[in-house]
Structure formats: structure tokens, C-alpha cells
Design a protein around this ligand. Structure first.
Ligand code: NAI
Length: 338
């Protein structure tokens, strides 16, 4: 098959091509927006990472497309309904290291609870050896609220239990027996909001989870709650986060993901300047800017997945996804093309 592959790093090209010698690769540096002129009448596979949005207009450019191979767990950047309508199968990488993202969520939690960013700033920028204003709090004994108890959520629960945190969780599809085995309690979302000292999000982004934390839920939160989001930006209404931080309802936030993050500058570009392809939703983008600059917020550029081991596993699974689709036994299907 002819595979159009939007790569992030040069080494991926040799790595993936070597794994699939029977297929023909055409490589472009991501994102797809940088190659608006690219059309390919013979392409059957399109492989992309999270920053590349794939909608009907993109699919129009590859009229023989049969497979979209997302190199990510989430697939909210792909119009899967439109793909299905066109008979295009969408596959993703459902698991490549639940520990990888879980470790990062804990890293953000610890960075917030122990004021690591401010402490570094004190030494690096202020050149002062002083603890003033740097007092944190113990995670031990605090209540962690986990939204989504899938692969990553469960790893986070295990790690948090290792820190002697008390864990409550919410999931509309509770997993049998894991609460007893891992030592946490399933509670309603409202109870989680009222009990949690720290909330961490590990649910997919879809129409049910969009803005699961929003302006209306702010009054339900325990005052001063810390929020960590390594799932998807759309789970939190950006402007509610802004208001919550301003009013002291939210004590601090650790964010690896943002609403409309695909329009934030990447690589060499200044992250505070929206990409020129950005839509009119300036309020959200301005909200992101505010969060990035906020003294009580730690931000990272969608980096939770980014370990050596995890990135190689993503490409291994993507190669396997393409190979099995070509063999007529597709795996890791998000939405079957009809
Ligand atoms: P998973 O599919 O194993 O688990 C998701 C869980 O969320 C399931 O238990 C599901 O029942 C639950 N859920 C569904 N709707 C819910 C709702 N309304 N409220 C609460 N829970 C709900 O997914 P996994 O692998 O644990 O990934 C979780 C999130 O992490 C996804 O959003 C994914 O996109 C994101 N992610 C982020 C990465 C990063 O680099 N920042 C890397 C990998 C994944």
C-alpha cells in the first residue's frame, strides 16, 4: 500500500519504513497544514500524530484512502464519522505505556505540591537560597479524585496509593473488582468534586466528557483543589479554569494539554502567538495564554507520552496496525469503514 506519513522527527522515517518494507512510504514533515498543496490519488494509508487534524477536506485530498493510522491513543483530531461514511477505517494506538503518562501526571502533581517550578526560579533566576513562600503540602493522606479509570487512570491510582493518598474515582463504566484490588472507591462525579484535594483527568475527550469541568461545576469543587490534566484540553472549559484560579477555587493546575492546542505555536514558534490558521475562538486562546503565564500553573507542551520507550512502542504498534489492516485482519479499530 502507499502510505502518506506525516512525521515529527527524522529518525521515524527509517524506523517505520524498515518495519514495513512491503509498503511504499511518502514522508512529509508534520503538520499537514504545512503541506496544503499535497494531494495523492494513489494513497491508501494516512498516518498522523495528534497535531494533524483530519477532516473531510483532508480526506478529499487522498480519494483512495482506506486507512487512517493515528499514532496516538486519543483520536479526537480525526473526524471518525466522516471517515466511516467514506469507508475509511481509523486505527489508533490504544496502549503504549500507561505508566508513561501516569508517571507524568504524578510528576506534575509533585511539581505543584512541592512548588518545584518556583523553587527552581528562586535558584536559577533570582539567585537566592531562600525557602520563603516555597512551603508545599504532603500528598500522603490527601484525597485524589481520578476521572476515568482506564489504562492510565489505573496506573495513576496504583502510584498514588504508593504515596499513601486516599483515592476516589469516577467512571461511567466502572471496572469490576479493581476498586477493591487497587484500594480506591468509585463515587459520583459530584462527590469526587466535593472530596478531592487533587483531581487528575484520564478520560477520553468526546461529547459526553467535553468540559466535564466547567463554570457550573466550579462551586462543587473543594476550595483550593489542584487539577492535573494530561488527557485532553477539551475536558476542561479553559475560561472556567481561568476563573477558578482567579477566585481561589482552584489552587493550582498542571496542564499538559490545552483546548485548541493545535493552534499554539510549535517547535521554533512562540507558543504565545496563535497559529495563523487559528479560528475565531480567540477567547479560548487568550485563556490558554493566561494559563501559560499564570504563576500558579505549570504547563508542558503535550509531553506526557514522550519517553524513549513509549515513542518506540507507538511506532511498533502503528507498523503492526498497518500490516494487519493490509492482511485483512485490522486491529485497534476506532471506527470501521463501511
Ligand atoms: P482508556 O480508554 O484506557 O480509559 C479511559 C477511561 O475513561 C475508561 O475507563 C472509560 O470508561 C472512562 N470514561 C469514559 N467516559 C467517561 C466519563 N464521562 N467520565 C469519566 N470517565 C470516563 O484510555 P487511556 O489510555 O487511559 O487514556 C486516557 C486519556 O489520556 C485519553 O484522553 C488519551 O487521549 C489521553 N492521553 C494523553 C497523552 C499525552 O501525551 N498527554 C498520551 C496518551 C493518552
Amino acid at each position: 500500500m502507499r502510505v502518506i506519513y506525516f512525521y515529527n522527527e527524522e529518525w521515524e522515517k527509517g524506523f517505520i519504513a524498515k518495519k514495513l518494507p512491503e509498503h511504499q512510504f511518502v514522508f512529509y514533515a508534520a503538520p499537514i497544514e504545512a503541506h496544503l498543496d499535497v494531494r495523492d490519488a494513489d494513497a491508501e494509508v494516512l498516518s498522523i500524530f495528534v497535531k494533524t487534524r483530519v477532516d473531510g477536506a483532508v480526506m478529499d485530498r487522498f480519494p483512495r484512502l482506506k486507512l487512517i493510522a493515528a499514532r496516538s491513543t486519543g483520536f479526537d483530531h480525526i473526524d471518525v464519522a466522516e471517515a466511516a461514511r467514506r469507508g475509511i477505517t481509523v486505527v489508533s494506538v490504544p496502549a503504549y505505556g500507561e505508566n508513561t503518562v501516569a508517571e507524568f501526571a504524578l510528576a506534575l502533581m509533585l511539581a505543584l505540591s512541592r512548588k518545584i517550578r518556583d523553587a527552581s526560579h528562586r535558584m536559577y533566576d533570582e539567585h537566592l537560597f531562600s525557602q520563603e513562600g516555597l512551603r508545599g503540602f504532603d500528598l500522603k493522606g490527601k484525597v485524589l479524585g481520578v476521572i476515568g479509570t482506564g489504562r492510565i487512570g489505573q496506573q495513576v491510582i496504583k502510584m498514588a496509593r504508593g504515596f499513601d493518598m486516599n483515592v476516589v474515582a469516577n467512571d461511567p463504566f466502572p471496572k469490576d473488582g479493581i476498586d477493591g484490588a487497587l484500594g480506591f472507591s468509585y463515587v459520583s462525579l459530584d462527590d469526587l468534586f466535593s472530596q478531592a484535594d487533587v483531581i487528575t483527568l484520564h478520560a477520553p475527550h468526546n461529547e459526553h466528557t467535553h468540559h466535564i469541568i466547567n463554570k457550573n461545576t466550579l462551586p462543587k469543587l473543594k476550595r483550593g483543589v489542584y487539577i492535573v490534566n494530561t488527557a485532553r484540553g477539551g475536558l476542561i472549559e479553559t475560561l472556567a479554569l481561568v476563573r477558578g484560579l482567579d477566585e481561589g477555587i482552584i489552587g493550582a493546575a498542571g496542564l499538559d494539554v490545552f483546548e485548541l492546542e493545535e493552534y499554539l505555536g510549535a517547535g521554533e514558534k512562540n507558543v504565545l502567538i496563535p497559529d495563523e490558521t487559528a479560528p475565531e475562538n480567540v477567547r479560548t486562546l487568550l485563556g490558554n495564554h493566561y494559563l501559560i503565564e499564570h504563576p500558579r500553573v505549570i504547563v508542558t507542551p503535550h509531553n506526557a507520552f514522550n519517553t524513549l520507550e513509549a515513542v518506540e512502542r507507538i511506532l511498533d504498534t502503528t507498523a503492526e496496525n498497518i500490516r494487519s489492516f493490509a492482511a485483512g485482519t485490522p486491529q485497534n479499530i476506532v471506527n470501521v469503514g463501511s
